[in-house]
Design a protein around this ligand. Structure first.
Ligand code: PGA
Length: 254
């Protein structure tokens, strides 16, 4: 049984102070919710303070990125062990903004996912097609490549624990959500491939969450789809009220 997984991706928003204030407000609002996995992904600078503020709660912490090497001369980078030590249990890997703006390829995504697992972090691996790819009817081919190359060399057990985020690039930050049917179709395809390539247990256990303009108004329809197990929320995760609404409305729907 996969319980809904709702993660807030704060991108390059919120100082340490703002992150801690958010958690102080969120804690009472979600204290009785045990049937949703709630995760917040602040900037690196706020990971430690946020993990402290979320201690003894159900709120988990994710980093938004990591480097794949254990240590070395990589100015400006953060290692998997550093992320873990700072208090994160999850890490977002291969977000489309990193692919587009920072040149991350599926091979890099793969190295990062493996390095994260090695450091006992759960990767939230982002995949998804661009608008041009969708219009050329290449969506499934793109997803296949991203899954095959991005998850290369992961074992079935590791894949079972993974979170895959389907985020159509054209729906991120645009206010243009995939319809529930479009999301459901893509998620079903992803789960089919996981089943083919990693086996039934991995496919049944792995969370496949949707991202791209998720709001309190559309979460119910999205999560009602059989293979949509939660959401990766950008803009609407920046305010306690809308984030809490999304968490609440995702309940008992999976
Ligand atoms: P959005 O971002 O909800 O603002 O579209 C989603 C994401 O980038 O993960």
């Amino acid at each position: 049984m996969r319980i809904p997984f709702i993660a807030g991706n704060w991108k390059m928003y919120k100082t340490v102070h703002e992150a801690v204030e958010f958690v102080k407000e969120l804690r009472p609002a979600v204290k009785d919710i045990t049937d949703v996995e709630i995760v917040l992904a602040p900037a690196f600078t706020a990971v430690h303070a946020l993990a402290d503020a979320a201690r003894n709660t159900k709120i988990g912490v994710a980093a938004q990125n990591l480097h794949w090497e254990r240590e070395g001369a990589f100015t400006g980078e953060v290692s998997p062990a550093m992320v873990r030590e700072a208090g994160a249990e999850y890490v977002i890997v291969g977000h489309s903004e990193r692919r587009r703006l920072f040149g991350e390829t599926d091979a890099i995504v793969n190295r990062k996912a493996l390095a994260a697992i090695d450091a006992r972090l759960t990767p939230i691996v982002c995949i998804g097609e661009t608008l041009e790819e969708r219009e050329r009817e290449e969506t499934f081919a793109v997803l296949d490549r991203q899954i095959k190359d991005g998850l290369d060399r992961l074992t079935a057990e590791q894949t079972a624990e993974l979170v895959v985020a389907y985020e159509p690039v054209w729906a991120i930050g645009t206010g243009r959500t995939a319809t529930a049917a479009q999301a459901g179709e893509a998620h079903a395809h992803i789960r089919k491939r996981l089943r083919q390539w990693f086996g039934g247990d991995a496919a049944d256990h792995c969370h496949i969450i949707y991202g791209g303009s998720v709001k309190p108004d559309n979460i119910r329809d999205l999560i009602a789809e059989a293979d949509v197990d939660g959401a990766l929320v950008g803009g609407a995760s920046l305010e306690v009220r809308s984030f809490t609404e999304i968490v609440t409305r995702s309940r008992a729907a999976v």
